[in-house]
Design a protein around this ligand. Structure first.
Ligand code: HEC
Ligand code: HEC
Length: 372
């Protein structure tokens, strides 16, 4: 038995599964007997496309199936509850901020701000990374300080600059709303005390596991569809590999799996790398980790400006140029930047179709919003 027990894919997911199976079908045919008469087979698999073969060594297509989640059996009931919690602003003290305020699922899972604005109009220290495909990252946050999504979810609820609540307050809110108590009982059957702060985090993690974006043009390419990328995207992919970008941004999430100094070769200016934020140093207290950050996933990067943990760069082309000089010591030409940027747009996948959940009404017992 694995974590998917009891999970039933939504109609949208089923469609994706069918699409993926179809893509794999093409792959099987071309691998078996590539005929020159078959345009779909031209340039794929054996012989034709050396670039595709190189790409397959470094990257993996994003599966359309629900990813495995460590120590959390993902069920339909947990996903539904987690979705409600993700959208419910009553998890914040002010009743204004939900997870979706800063990880807007209509906007690529981000807030589009330099750094996030939370409780009391306070500006936080870092740019909000996307929740899309976050389940595939090695650990959460720019510095990896939360080991997984269930550990991560407890952070923002309590952070003073974000939702500014407390576990006790969240429990008081949920226990005051009978429909929530029933939902927790469904999602965590056989538990004596299903409404708990731990289970809030478990349910949110289960919902976040559904927020993957398969079937990007690059995934289709990796699955054998040679014409899924345009010529300039292919040229960009080649540069992305040859220049060394893929050394840090690779694997199924095209990043998200390891930490690197943001100044391997040259230190970006203080306007892009503010000296006060030493990144992973705050987690490990090791001098080697000063200004070290997780190389982010580049999936959907065209949707998630502004860029870097500082959020100081608004143009994806400029972010590519900065990476060339800071990480590789290379001054990329305008044409190279254009091609790499074109490739990065091929990482935009199918966005999750999320129906806005109906949230149960508060009762007179529900704690009232506080703004201080
Ligand atoms: C006020 C804005 C704000 C709110 C509200 C908020 N977040 Fe975030 N979130 C951020 C910021 C900023 C970061 C990056 C912080 C850091 O790295 O130190 C972040 C990081 C994350 C990450 C890590 C992603 C990665 O790639 O590392 C996840 C997952 C996440 N938030 C989920 C949530 C969930 C779930 C909620 C609701 C319980 C939530 N966030 C509420 C702003 C917010
Ligand atoms: C040595 C490892 C390394 C190499 C090589 C590298 N990167 Fe990065 N990349 C990172 C790290 C670390 C960050 C996060 C920097 C930060 O904000 O602190 C990053 C951030 C980015 C971002 C911003 C993403 C976002 O969501 O804010 C883009 C875009 C990017 N890299 C593209 C590239 C490209 C294109 C190349 C090749 C020209 C490249 N990277 C080479 C490690 C690397």
């Amino acid at each position: 038995m694995h974590a998917q027990t009891g999970y039933r894919p939504t109609a949208a997911l089923k469609g994706l599964l069918v699409a993926t199976v179809a893509a794999l079908g093409i792959l099987a045919v071309t691998a078996g007997a590539a005929s020159a008469a078959d345009p779909a087979a031209a340039g794929t698999a054996a012989g034709g496309d050396a670039l595709m073969a190189r790409a397959r060594e470094l990257f993996k297509p994003l599966p359309a199936t629900l990813p495995m989640v460590r120590n959390n059996a993902v069920t339909r009931e947990k996903i539904d509850l987690g979705k409600m919690l993700f959208f419910d602003p009553r998890l914040s003290a002010s009743g204004i901020f939900s997870c979706n305020s800063c990880h807007n699922l209509g906007l690529g899972g981000v807030d589009g701000l330099e750094t996030s604005v939370g409780h009391g109009w306070q500006k936080g220290p870092r740019n909000a990374p996307t929740v899309l495909n976050a389940v595939l990252n090695v650990a959460q946050f720019w510095d990896g300080r939360a080991e997984d999504l269930k550990a991560q979810a407890k952070g923002p609820i309590q952070a003073g600059v974000e939702m500014n609540s407390t576990p006790d307050r969240v429990m008081a809110v949920l226990n005051s709303i009978p429909a929530y108590k029933a939902k927790f009982a469904d999602a965590f059957p056989n538990e004596k005390d299903p409404v708990s702060f731990d289970n809030v985090a478990m349910a949110i993690e289960a919902f976040e596991a559904t927020l993957t974006t398969p079937a990007a043009p690059f995934d289709q390419y990796l699955e054998g569809k040679a014409d899924a990328l345009t010529d300039s995207q292919k040229a960009g992919l080649e540069l992305f590999i040859d220049k060394g970008c893929a050394g840090c941004h690779n694997g199924v999430n095209v990043g998200g799996h390891d930490y690197f100094p943001f100044r391997v070769v040259a230190k970006p200016g203080a306007e892009i790398l503010p000296p006060g934020d030493k990144g992973r140093f705050a987690v490990t207290k090791t001098a080697d980790d000063e200004y070290v950050f997780r190389a982010p996933t580049l999936r959907n990067v065209a949707l998630t400006a502004p860029y870097f943990h500082s959020g100081k760069v608004w143009d994806l082309r400029q972010a590519v140029a900065v990476m060339g000089s800071s990480q590789l010591g290379a001054t990329l030409s305008e044409q190279e930047i254009d091609k790499i940027t074109a490739f990065l747009t091929a990482l935009t996948g199918q966005q999750p179709r999320v129906d806005y959940p109906l949230l149960p009404a508060s009762t007179p017992a529900t704690p009232q919003p506080v703004f201080k």
